[in-house]
Design a protein around this ligand. Structure first.
Ligand code: PMP
Length: 353
């Protein structure tokens, strides 16, 4: 770092994304990407784009995509905005409402980074059993940010629990980060008509197989969306490329493909959970496209040596766990076989037969 960098940034610990390996032979189950390609309709819409128009800036309102999303969810276009990935939306929300922010201590690693970068007071709520207790989010003196399902545990909070938090924080924004909601969890969108403090954030990166296009969305009251747009238009008005706008609209319209792919991943998850439980590893009940498995120490490295990438954090409470993205059935069979092998190796090393 240079001697010119300001003190706040010099002491900030940036977010560490999961590895994006150059070697494609690896089985990549470390960043919760979708193993299946995006909808054929997305590919067709992109192929049919007028490439000469790329010399022109994109629509700063991202109108085509906003309208398609509003239509899909039964909202008004003024209740929707798009971000360059949902990470950008989260950053806007931390800028807008983040003077003080409550979030679970075991959750998405970007929340403390945004709080640090954007100057907010981060209140990390303890989770003795790795679970979120709604009773811990009743302060009404700072924004509440909850990933639902939570990451990296995959555990879902019920709509009743979310509603109790909304009710207890009438003067604060409650941001529900639904990056993984489409894999069998219940969305809080149904609560929007009742709560003007609810902001729902979703992404096209997981259930719509578009992580590389960087598209996220926020949905809330028209006033909340106006706030976020105020920030966007003070920061980066052209935050979505022409390609991303076209891809987002085509992806949201192809409901049939979306349902089929999510269904496939849920089935694979169920099969994988049964297989790892049969091997004797505890697993958290996941409603996401990943599963949190308690293996004990050392498994992430041993899996990597076998060409399988998973995510592991060297953090006290979750050191014995790995987070495994749900890939294809074949990926998961290979992972299961590797877990079995490693367990056997460990038993042999410990002299257990
Ligand atoms: N929220 C959570 C909980 C996530 O795990 C992720 C993915 N890393 C994101 C938001 C951001 O996803 P994206 O920026 O790709 O939309």
């Amino acid at each position: 770092m240079s001697r010119f960098l300001n003190d706040k940034l010099a002491s900030l610990e940036p977010y560490t994304p999961g590895e994006q390996p150059k070697i494609s032979r690896l089985i990549k189950l470390n960043t919760n990407e979708n193993p299946y390609p995006p909808s054929p309709e997305v590919k067709r819409a992109l192929a049919e784009m007028d490439k000469d128009a790329w010399r022109l800036y994109p629509d700063p309102q991202t109108g085509e995509a906003v309208e398609a999303i509003a239509d899909h969810f039964g909202l008004t276009p003024a209740q929707v905005m798009l971000g360059n990935g949902s990470d950008e939306i989260l950053a806007f929300a931390f800028m807008a409402y983040g003077q003080k922010v409550y979030f679970p201590e075991v959750s998405y690693g970007f929340y403390p980074v945004f709080a640090g970068l954007l100057g907010g007071e981060a209140c990390q709520v303890p989770m003795p059993d790795l679970r979120i207790d709604p009773a811990d989010y009743q302060h009404n003196d700072g924004m509440v940010v909850l990933a639902n399902p939570n990451a990296p545990t995959g555990v879902e909070l019920s709509p009743e629990a979310i509603e109790s938090i909304l009710r207890a924080n009438p003067d604060q924004v409650v941001l529900v980060d639904e990056a993984y909601v489409d894999f069998g969890a219940r969305s809080s969108l149904a609560l929007l008509p009742k709560y003007d403090n609810l902001l729902v954030v979703q992404t096209f990166s997981k259930s719509r197989s578009l992580a590389g296009m960087r598209i996220g969305m926020a949905m809330g009251s028209e006033a909340l969306i106006e706030d976020l747009n105020r920030i966007k238009f003070s920061f980066n008005p052209y935050n979505l490329s022409r390609g991303a706008i076209v891809a987002a609209a085509a992806a949201i319209r192809d409901e049939a493909y979306f349902e089929t792919q999510c269904g496939r991943i849920i089935k694979t998850r169920q099969r994988f959970v049964r297989a790892v439980e049969a091997l004797g590893f505890p697993v958290m009940t996941s409603r996401a496209n990943f599963v949190f498995v308690k293996t004990g120490a050392g498994y992430a490295e041993r899996l990597r040596a076998r060409g399988i990438l998973v995510r592991h954090w060297d953090k006290e409470q979750i050191r014995d766990w790995i987070r495994v993205t749900i890939g294809t059935d074949e990926d998961m069979e290979q992972l299961t076989a590797a877990l079995k092998e490693i367990k056997q190796e460990e038993n042999d090393e410990a002299g257990i037969h």
